[in-house]
Write a protein of this length. Structure first.
Lengths: 220, 223
């Protein structure tokens, strides 16, 4: 059991190290985030609450597609074969998911900061929104990690990921928007825990399915 | 011939019963619904049959992943295809019904959106399939996506409509229909005419396509 954690940890460390060595791709996403939010600022100025909320989650979706797709799509065939000889698919997938979740958390924090700076802050419960957005970012990144693994198999096609992923993520995104709209209201409303529990179950389901199904994608 | 094809004849008689009894039989008088309640035999039955075929498709996908037989892949694909056809028919009959009861063909109701999402997901399944040229690879990857998509989609289709307000009947409990609106006569036609009739017709369509695909596969492998 301890060995498993060690292996996963090593794989995550490898991904983080790769990020540090090839900083251009990390800065690339960062620039993507910053410039998109700047364009939004130029187009919308300071929008009202619901628009702000909707834009924020759409931003998260697009950041996620770009950031997560990159981790799978940048690997060549040779490197995948190398991993195949080194570790089990389960460890590989789990490490990837955790790494992507961390990457997405970072991007989420940066984009939230930029949103508040440029598009204004209509939030009444900033801490609550921060928590919800971190949770949401992790959930989205889990789903897209698995879809990126599928898309990477299908001739490294990045456009395919959007086709596969967007319909699948809509229900989850709708729940997220519903949840985060609580952070805008003056009075604290109930109904938080049931949606959070539902989304947590959803995340668990995604992780389980990825653990079961990834080995089939892996072998060739 | 009769021994082999009895279920096709059965399907014909089920549907004949559905159409005659469905259009001529008496229905409970309800405000707003009026005579449109007869659409139950078509609209609701289409969705149930679509659901059945998607479940069959996923079962064959799982079998394909376990045993790796090309036949299972063909079954999974063709049942998903028939499921999509029934899904589109369900959407069309639903929006016609919505026009006469809610006043508009499309009113962004959560259930209409859920249905549209479900169809998009299965269309994406076919896009994924066709983007792969290698048969074995296409089978395996699309089977993985089929299982993943099914497991992601149906909990949300069954859960989200219970959380949000909708014009569609059956907000609490059963997400598809309000069981109080129909009487025993309608229930009889629905469960013993429409659902088995449409389901058997769908199986018929699927088996035809499966035979065609099997023929193509044999032709390919044997030159």
């Amino acid at each position: 059991m301890l060995k498993n954690y060690g292996l996963i940890f090593t794989l995550i460390k490898k991904d983080v190290l790769l990020e540090f060595r090839q900083q251009y791709s990390f800065y690339g996403i960062l620039l993507y985030v910053a410039s998109t939010i700047f364009v939004l600022y130029l187009a919308m100025g300071q929008p009202e609450n619901m628009v702000w909320n909707g834009l924020f989650w759409m931003m998260q979706l697009f950041i996620c597609v770009n950031a997560v797709a990159k981790t799978f799509l940048q690997e060549g065939k040779g490197r995948q074969l190398y991993f195949y000889s080194l570790c089990s698919p389960l460890h590989f997938m789990m490490a990837r998911m955790i790494f992507n979740a961390i990457l997405m958390l970072l991007m989420n924090l940066i984009s939230l900061l930029l949103f508040i700076l440029l598009l204004g802050s209509p939030l009444n419960h900033t801490i609550l929104f921060l928590g919800i957005s971190c949770f949401g970012a992790c959930s989205i990144s889990l789903v897209f990690s698995f879809l990126a693994a599928i898309a990477a198999r299908a001739q490294q096609n990045a456009a395919l990921m959007a086709i596969l992923g967007f319909p699948l993520i809509i229900p989850e995104l709708m729940l997220m928007m519903r949840l985060s709209s609580l952070a805008f209201s003056d009075v604290f409303q109930s109904g938080l825990t049931s949606i959070v529990l539902l989304l947590a179950c959803f995340d668990l389901l995604v992780v389980l399915l990825a653990a079961i199904l990834f080995p089939f994608l892996w072998k060739e | 011939m009769l021994l082999k094809n009895w279920w096709k004849i059965l399907s014909f008689f089920f549907l004949l019963y559905t159409f005659t009894a469905g259009f001529l039989g008496s229905v409970p008088v309800k405000p707003i619904l009026n005579e449109t309640i007869r659409n139950l035999y078509f609209h609701v039955a289409m969705w149930m049959v679509m659901m059945i075929f998607f479940i069959v498709s996923v079962v064959y996908s799982i079998r394909y992943l376990r045993h790796n037989k090309p036949v299972d892949d063909i079954y999974a694909t063709e049942y998903a295809r028939t499921g999509i056809v029934f899904g589109f028919l369900g959407l069309i009959t639903g929006s016609v019904w919505a026009k006469y009861t809610w006043g508009d063909f499309w009113s962004n109701d959560p259930k209409q959106l859920g249905a549209a999402i479900a169809l998009l997901i299965y269309l994406a399944y076919f896009v994924l399939r066709n983007s792969l040229t290698d048969l074995d690879k296409a089978g395996r990857i699309s089977a993985v996506y089929n299982v993943f998509a099914f497991a992601m989609l149906f909990p949300t289709i069954w859960i989200i409509p219970r959380l949000v307000e909708s014009l569609h009947p059956g907000g609490m409990g059963n997400p598809a229909l309000n069981t109080k609106d129909i009487d025993s006569r309608m229930r009889m036609i629905f469960y013993f005419g429409a659902i088995p009739g449409w389901a058997l017709l769908g199986v018929w369509i699927s088996t035809l396509r499966i035979r065609m695909q099997m023929f193509a596969l044999n032709h390919q492998t044997n030159g």
